[in-house]
Design a protein around this ligand. Structure first.
Ligand code: PAP
Length: 317
């Protein structure tokens, strides 16, 4: 069952060499603080291994994000743009959940010991990660490889995360208390949190190196998908030649289409143990409004204001 597999993958204890790290509870799971961010144990060990072992190539593309900010959309869009999708009948999205099209450093590749042999991967290689910018493998930062970062309004991110994590709970347990989850989120204690620090790390770097890091916002992708998709394709040096291809890729990667594909309605992610369907929900902007009290709204808005002050970044909507 998905729940128990998730539990076994994510509640594994850290090896002894890491058990000196600060530890807290998040949704009943241990999370450990490393270099300013909180991680589930197996993700932390994988992140540390990736930092030590991964060697970037100049034409690699790394998709980075905090959890639940629209990454799955990009997991579909990036391979589609990179011409890996062929014609409609050969679209890999029909047979594969988007998670399978871009392997993750920290939930997949570097969970293996010894580290994976990447020599057989086709070029350009595509990777994804939830690792914060400052702990990325050095070669990602210093090589010419490209990073695509996606973020989202923290209030919608939180609600999306709450729904996703509830998938790990049994019917007897019921949903996790929202206020308790909210308190953790506001305190930055959640997988790959603090959220705002994660966003700021990539934002600041994207201002310094716009050729290296493309900074996308989920709300802008929803509002003007054609323009944002073209921006993404140009950044990846795969500009669209035909306008109709823009619409084709948007359709192929649309939430409605992906959600209704058999491969995404059934099955479980082999690495995380979560149902494939749990990666596709409503995809609404401003849905937090259905859950937040005035107090919650003011609190998270204030945190966002204080954290982002002077950064030039606006995540309100
Ligand atoms: P991850 O961090 O586990 O990869 P991620 O894909 O970043 O999750 O976030 C999931 C959100 O993206 C969901 O939002 P919601 O809970 O508010 O509905 C999900 O619905 C949304 N999403 C997934 N695929 C798409 C898509 N193709 N287009 C738009 N939104 C999508």
């Amino acid at each position: 069952m998905a729940t128990s597999k998730f539990h076994s993958l994510f509640s594994a204890t850290l090896s002894n060499s890491l058990d000196h790290l600060p530890r807290k509870k998040w949704w009943g799971y241990d999370v450990h603080q490393w270099e300013g961010f909180w991680y589930l144990p197996s993700n932390l060990e994988a992140a540390i291994a990736a930092r030590s072992h991964f060697e970037a190539c100049s034409d690699d593309v790394v998709l980075a994000s905090s959890m639940k900010t629209g990454t799955t959309w990009l997991k579909a869009l990036i391979p589609s743009i990179m011409n890996l999708c062929g014609d409609d009948d050969n679209d890999p999205l029909i047979q594969n959940h988007p998670n399978a099209l871009i392997p993750s450093f920290d939930v997949q590749l570097y969970k293996q010991n010894p580290p994976p042999d990447l020599s057989t991967m086709p070029f350009p290689r595509l990777f994804r990660t939830h690792m914060p910018y400052h702990v990325l493998p050095e070669s990602i930062k210093s090589s010419d490889c490209k990073i695509v970062y996606i973020t989202r309004n923290p209030k919608d991110t939180f609600v999306s995360l709450w729904h996703f994590m509830n998938t790990t709970r049994t019917p007897e347990q019921g949903p996790f208390p929202m206020l308790e989850a909210f308190e953790s989120f506001c305190n930055g204690v959640h997988a790959y949190g603090p959220f705002h620090d994660h966003v700021l790390g990539y934002w600041k770097e994207s201002l310094k190196r716009s050729q290296k890091i493309l900074f996308l916002k989920y709300e802008e992708m929803k509002k003007e998908p054609r323009a944002q998709l073209k921006r993404l394709a140009s950044f990846l040096e795969r500009p669209f030649v035909k306008e109709e291809d823009v619409d084709k890729v948007l359709w192929r990667c649309s939430l409605d289409r992906l959600k209704n594909l058999e491969v995404n309605k059934n099955g479980v992610d082999p690495w995380v143990g979560m149902p494939h369907s749990s990666y596709f929900r409503l995809g609404n902007v401003g849905y937090w409004n259905n859950y937040f009290t005035t107090k919650m709204n003011e609190r998270l808005d204030q945190i966002t204001r204080i954290k982002l002050e002077g950064s030039g970044l606006d995540l309100a909507n």
